[in-house]
Design a protein around this ligand. Structure first.
Ligand code: SF4
Length: 253
């Protein structure tokens, strides 16, 4: 059976200490259209982008990766990744006793083959997947996805536009009623970029969330203060980041 590469719940201890646990956990969804709903989460490792404010750099910014990140930390790949057979990942998820699953990352669709196998094993679970919108799920995976949470990365992410904003992908997600768009906003001017993408790809305003950038409650609250009038002006929805308020910026939440 295929294997999946997951993030670890905490970095593995050097020198062969306690074995690393995969980042599989139960919590309430913190963002987007399902916020507040009880979920099982599985976090896959690796990403094809490099956002300067990424709150999960331990999924991609491994030692030797020189791409900028505001934390400046390079992570030990072996301490922060764990490869497990699909059946074992499924057993971990089943043990949580939830009916709904969030597949997150990193960019989970990079592991489309084994991920499709996993979701076939978990064939009675409702599945939402979080993607940066640059990838496409092949049919075997796509058929198991009930909801796409698409988070295209704007210029302030630091990614080149030709890597982060792929017109054919954005148009395909815009045309898919399962897809919700969640834009991370750092400054009011970022919303101009959202409006341009909305026009270019015919994204329905009712499926667009504006979400404040921030990894602490004070930063989120400050940005939400000016995001509300922008949501009212353009018919967008506001997404908070509940897990930050509840648990802080920690793994496994
Ligand atoms: S796309 Fe997501 S996981 Fe990848 S670097 Fe950006 S914020 Fe992090």
């Amino acid at each position: 059976m295929a294997t999946l590469t997951l993030a670890t719940q905490a970095p593995a201890e050097p020198g062969g200490g306690a074995p690393a646990e995969p980042e599989i956990f139960a919590s309430v969804q913190g963002e987007g259209p399902s916020a507040g709903a009880p979920m099982a989460f599985v976090r896959l490792s690796r990403c094809n982008l490099a956002c300067v404010w990424c709150d999960t750099p331990y999924t991609w910014r491994f030692e030797g990766d020189k791409r900028p990140h505001r934390g400046g930390v390079a992570f030990d790949r072996h301490a922060n990744q764990i490869a497990l057979p699909v059946a074992e990942v499924a057993a971990h998820i089943r043990a949580l006793g939830q009916r709904r699953l969030v597949v997150t990352g990193g960019e989970p669709i990079l592991q489309a083959g084994p991920l499709a196998e996993l979701l076939e094993v978990l064939d009675d679970m409702t599945v939402e997947i979080e993607t940066n919108g640059t990838t496409r799920a092949p049919p075997r995976l796509d058929i198991r996805i009930d909801q796409y949470n698409v988070s295209p990365k704007l210029a302030h992410s630091g990614n080149p536009g030709n890597l982060a904003l792929l017109p054919e992908r954005l148009a395909a997600y815009a045309a898919d009623p399962r897809a919700w768009f969640k834009f991370v906003i750092a400054e009011p001017a970022d919303v101009e970029e959202v409006l341009a993408l909305q026009r270019a790809h015919a994204i329905p305003a009712t499926r667009i969330f504006l979400m404040p950038e921030g990894t602490d409650s004070a930063a989120l609250r400050a940005r939400e203060g000016w995001l509300v009038p922008l949501c009212l002006a353009h018919g967008f929805r506001l997404s908070d980041r509940l897990h930050i308020h509840l648990f802080g910026d920690t793994r496994g939440t």
